[in-house]
Design a protein around this ligand. Sequence first.
Ligand code: SF4
Length: 434
Amino acid sequence: MGMVSLGCPKNLVDSERILTKLRSDGYAMSPDYAGADVVLVNTCGFLDSAKEESLEAIGEAIAENGRVIVTGCMGKEAEVIRARFPNVLAVTGAHQYEEVVGAVHDAAPMPPSPFVNLVPDAGLKLTPRHYSYLKISEGCNHRCSFCIIPALRGDLVSRRPDAILREAEKLVEAGTKELLVISQDTSAYGVDIRKEPRAWKGGEVVPHMTDLARELGKIAPWVRLHYVYPYPHVDQVIPLMAEGLILPYLDIPFQHASPSVLRSMKRPANEAKVLERLRKWREIAPDLTIRSTFVVGFPGETEEDFEYLLQWLDEAQLDRVGAFRFEPVEGAAANDLPGAVPEEVKEERYARIMEKTAAISAAKLQAKVGRTLEVIIDEVGEEGGATGRSQADAPEIDGEVFLRDAGHLSQGDIVMVEIEDADEHDLYGVPLAG
Ligand code: SF4
C-alpha cells in the first residue's frame, strides 16, 4: 500500500500509528503509486491553503493509482471530497484508526500469512480465555468534579458498532463465554455517531447501547454491562435481560444519593426518580443484580447528606456495593470545593456504609440458598472443588460461588448449581448432574 501524509506533526504521528498497525497486519509499503494496491491520503484541513493542498494530493493519487482512501482532518468534510472525487473508496476522520484500517482491509484484503497468523484473531489477551473485556468507546462527555478522565482522554469517541461486534465474534470463536462491556459511560455509547448505522448480518446495526447489547447477546452466552448511568433509555435494556439475551446485571456507579452532593459532584443522569425506576426494573427482570460504587466524605457532605445516602441504600437494596473515602485527584475541580470532611469523619462514614451494605448483601445472598443458579467456572481445584461466579458476579469485583464435587468441570463451563449456603459475599453449592 502507499501513503501520502500531509499537515502537522500530530498528523504524522497518526500516519505512523496507522502504518504500524497495517504493517503488523502484514501489509508492505510501496514507495510509489504504481506499486500500491491502495493509497491512503492523510489530509490536513487546518487552513484553506492546507485543504486545497489536501484536495490536490487526493486528485494526484486518484490520477496515478485510482484506489484511494482519505483520512485525517479533512475527513470531517467528506461531502466536499466526494463531490470533487466521487471515486474515493472511503473517507474517515482524524484519529479513526479502526475505520481507516478497516477500509484498507476492505479495499485490499490480505492473504493469510503464517507470521501474521501467529497473533490470534481475537488479539492477545490478559484475561483468562473464558471472559473478555470489550471496550466500546473512549473518553467521556461529562465533567464530574472529582474526575480528570475527560481532561486525560478527551470527549466520548464511540467505536463503530460493526467493529465491536466483529471483535465480539472473534473473542467468542477463541473461547470467550462472557463479554464484559466497558467504557467510561456505556449508556452514552453512540451519541457521537448516532446517524451512522452500519451494515451487519444482512441488516443494519444502530450505534446505540440497546441495539449493541441485543446484537452482543446473540453472539456470546453471557454479556455483562458495566458503567451504565441511569438515563431514561436504560429502561430499554431491561427487557433484553428478561428475555435472557444479556445478563440481568447493571453496574451503575451512583457515587451518592443526596441531591446536593450529586449536584456538586456534577454527576450525569442525576434524577430524583431512580428508586422508582429500580423498582420497575426489578418487576420486569426480578433477578436483576445492581452493583454500584459510592464516595463518602466528598467536600460539603453533611451528616444529613450521609444519612440520606444510608436511607436511600435501605430502599434501593443494591446487591453489590463498593465504597471509597473521598481523595483529591490532582487537577480535579472538586479539590477547590469548600467543606472538606475531616479524615476521622470519612473513616467513620466509611465504616457505617460498609456495615449497611454488607448486611444488605448478606441478606440477598441468604435468599439464594436453596435456589438453582447458572454458574460459570473460573477455576477447577485439585480436591474436587471449583470456583465460579453466578450471573450476579462480575470477575474480580463481586463475589464467587465455591463448588464441591465439581472436579469433572472445566474452566469456562456454564453449569447449573444448587446453592447450599451463603455468607456476606459468596455462595456455596454443588453442580447438578448432567
Ligand atoms: S466519573 Fe464522570 S467525568 Fe469521569 S469518566 Fe465517569 S462520567 Fe466521565
